[in-house]
Design a protein around this ligand. Structure first.
Ligand SMILES: [Zn+2]
Length: 256
């Protein structure tokens, strides 16, 4: 990248020297000019804890051409385990003390895992968007839907927000570098509505069911398509209700 910058492909910013833990680092900002355009294809992303991310490629004519499920269950379990361990260690601390060397070490470990997940998930999201010349639709965390939790509800919500925030940040960063437009959408009801007809359905565990047209699908997949639709047509529910593209009288539905 530095070589490309020196050859004039990118612009170099002002170099900074910083000190961190006794080490000295040079920070070299590299700037790339990109034009970010809206596209006719969208990569809808649903981020949850069962599948860390469900990635769907949706076209303006209503066709779904790719679906991917990314799972990181073991790593999430590892973070949960480390958090419980941190809580336990905290309970042993003498009064007035809030942290210890061991606790800080465990925190660093969980951060590394979260970073690794976010790096890999965001990398795949941006790759899929690039392959399909698409924009990206992500759930806006400020509108984050209430998660139905049972036991350890708070820990799961905290974990979901933490992981989601990192993925969103990395995705935005990587997408910007590639000139890919990222839209953050209000995800309200995106897991309640049928992505095909737009009717309110119901969700039981991993299955979403629509009574309106007797249809069932994976619930996270359904939500990811709804997030994609919302990015392209903010007031439309369901693929069949999407405005028909020119040259096509009725929107084409594919049940991927
Ligand atoms: Zn339906």
């Amino acid at each position: 990248m530095l070589k490309d910058a020196l050859n004039g492909k990118y612009k170099l910013g002002a170099v900074q020297l910083v000190e961190r833990n006794g080490w000295y680092y040079f920070i070299v900002p590299i700037k790339k000019e990109v034009s970010v355009e809206k596209r006719d294809t969208v990569v809808g992303v649903d981020i949850g804890l069962r599948y860390l991310a469900v990635i769907t490629v949706l076209h303006r004519d209503g066709k779904i051409t790719d679906v991917e499920f990314l799972k990181y269950r073991k790593l999430l379990d590892k973070i949960r385990y480390l958090w419980r361990r941190i809580d336990y260690l905290k309970s042993l601390l003498p009064e007035g003390q809030r942290s210890s060397k061991q606790i800080r070490r465990l925190w660093r470990k969980t951060r590394r895992i979260n970073d690794w997940i976010a790096h890999n998930v965001s990398k795949r999201i941006v790759e899929v968007a690039k392959e399909n010349n698409a924009m990206i639709a992500l759930e806006d965390l400020r509108w984050s839907r209430p998660k139905r939790g049972r036991r350890r509800k708070d820990m799961n919500r905290r974990l979901a927000n933490w992981v989601h925030g990192r993925i969103a940040k990395y995705t935005l960063y990587k997408a910007n570098w590639e000139g890919i437009y990222v839209k953050f959408v209000n995800a309200r009801d995106t897991s309640k509505r049928c992505h095909v007809c737009g009717a309110v359905g119901y969700r039981k565990s991993v299955i979403f069911s629509c009574r309106e047209h007797s249809y069932t699908s994976n619930a996270d997949f359904n939500a990811s398509v709804n997030i994609g639709i919302r990015a392209m047509f903010p007031s439309v529910w369901g693929i069949v209700n999407m405005p028909a593209p020119s040259g096509c009288k009725t929107p084409c539905v594919s049940e991927g």
